[in-house]
Structures are given as structure tokens and as C-alpha cells.
Design a binder for this molecule. Structure first.
Ligand code: ITT
Length: 206
């Protein structure tokens, strides 16, 4: 069995990535299973910078192939914000979790309070990076277009899911079953594009 380490501390991402990559003949282990991994700083200006940095640092620290996801929400009326700063939009010091998620989307809703329906277009973007301990990195990207709701709805998923309505749907990501989100999400698209890259990494390490 070959091992792929998920270089993320976000439990919502872990659930989705494990679900989407379930059919691969590899063992998938979250970084939380490892002790004494140094904290990985995330201060790049792009999703690519952050994803590559997280994957490489994790591959080097564990000695395994690592997969990282850097993602965020781009709102047109806010000229692409919160973008790479999506996780810490409401404040740098808030601890990870439901309260921070709520603070982030409440801030977004308040910034958009005077923005009408047609102007509430947005997209989730996800860059997946795969790296090995020798320094090789490959990346893929996925996008999911949609719009920002006026009020939060649903309790599934994580992050901005309660306020994001994917294009062609009437329910938010948080109001859909997980498998419906996973069939169309930015993360699912980036991971699908990453499948040949993952295969390539495991052949090279054979
Ligand atoms: P890791 O760096 O440990 O992976 P993180 O949550 O800090 O975890 P990011 O820096 O990539 O990850 O920030 C992504 C943020 O974008 C995430 O915290 C959410 O607020 C938001 N986000 C990304 N994908 C999302 C999704 O599918 N649904 C809702 N919000 C999402």
C-alpha cells in the first residue's frame, strides 16, 4: 500500500478529499496522524504559492508524498476578495472552527448588504499541489461558479458553504448532501484533474 499524506488541518477538507479520492489504491492519511510536524506558515500571495508550500513542507517533514489544497472564495463585487485570505477574513487571530467560519461569512454578508442579486456572483477556487520529499511539485486547479446568498442556509460542509449557491442550483452548498457538493465543487474538480498527477508520483517512487 502506498501512502498519501493530506497536508491540511481543516477537517472539512479532509472529509471531502478522502471521499473524492476513495477509489484510489493508496492509503490516505491526514497530517493530524503525525506528531511533531512543525507549524506550516501560510503567507503566499497566490493559491499556488500556498498549496505548493504546504505540500512540499509536509512531504519533507513526513518523508511521504503529500497533497495540499489551498482554496478560497472570490466575490466579484469585492474585486476578488476574500480570495487567498478566505480562512482569516474576519481576523487573523480567530481559532479555526465553526465560530470563525460564521464570523467570516457574516462579515462577507454585511459587506454585500446593499448588493443586488445579479451582482452577487462569486466562485470558489481550489489549487491542489502534490509534492514528494525530493522537491518535485505538480499542481491542478478547479473552479465552481455561483453566487452569494442573502442569508445563510444549511448546516453541512464548512467555511462559506451556508452562503454559497452554486450556479444552476437554488440551495447553498451547506444545504446539499455531501455527495452532491462533491460532484461539482472546486475541490472535486481540482482533485479530478490531479488524478493523473497522483498516479505519476506513485509510479516514480516505485
Ligand atoms: P489548511 O491550510 O490547513 O488546508 P485552511 O482552512 O486554512 O486549512 P486555506 O488556507 O486554503 O485552508 O483556506 C481556505 C478557506 O476558504 C477555508 O478556511 C474556507 O473558509 C474557504 N473555503 C475553501 N473551500 C471551501 C468550501 O468547499 N466550502 C466553504 N468554504 C471553503
Amino acid at each position: 500500500m502506498r501512502r498519501l499524506v493530506l497536508a491540511t488541518k481543516n477537517p472539512g477538507k479532509v472529509v471531502e478529499i478522502e471521499d473524492i479520492l476513495r477509489s484510489l489504491p493508496i492509503e490516505i492519511v491526514a497530517i493530524s496522524a503525525y506528531k511533531d510536524i512543525p507549524e506550516i506558515e501560510e503567507n503566499g500571495e497566490t493559491f499556488e504559492d500556498n498549496a505548493a508550500h504546504k505540500a512540499l513542507a509536509t512531504a519533507k517533514a513526513t518523508g511521504e508524498v503529500a497533497l495540499a489544497d489551498d482554496s478560497g472564495l472570490e466575490v466579484d463585487a469585492l474585486r476578488g476578495a476574500p480570495g487567498v485570505r478566505s480562512a482569516r477574513f474576519a481576523g487573523e487571530d480567530l481559532p479555526r472552527g465553526r465560530e470563525r467560519d460564521r464570523a467570516n461569512y457574516e462579515k462577507l454578508l454585511s459587506l454585500l448588504k446593499d448588493v443586488e442579486d445579479a451582482e452577487r456572483t462569486a466562485r470558489f477556487r481550489c489549487v491542489v499541489a502534490i509534492a514528494d520529499p525530493y522537491g518535485k511539485v505538480r499542481m491542478s486547479e478547479g473552479v465552481c461558479e455561483g453566487k452569494i446568498a442573502f442569508t445563510p442556509c444549511g448546516c453541512g460542509g464548512f467555511g462559506y458553504d451556508p452562503i454559497f449557491i452554486p450556479h444552476g442550483h437554488t440551495r447553498s452548498f451547506a444545504a446539499m448532501p455531501q455527495d452532491v457538493k462533491n460532484a461539482m465543487s472546486h475541490r472535486a474538480r481540482a482533485l479530478k484533474a490531479a488524478l493523473p498527477l497522483i498516479a505519476e508520483f506513485f509510479q516514480l517512487l516505485r
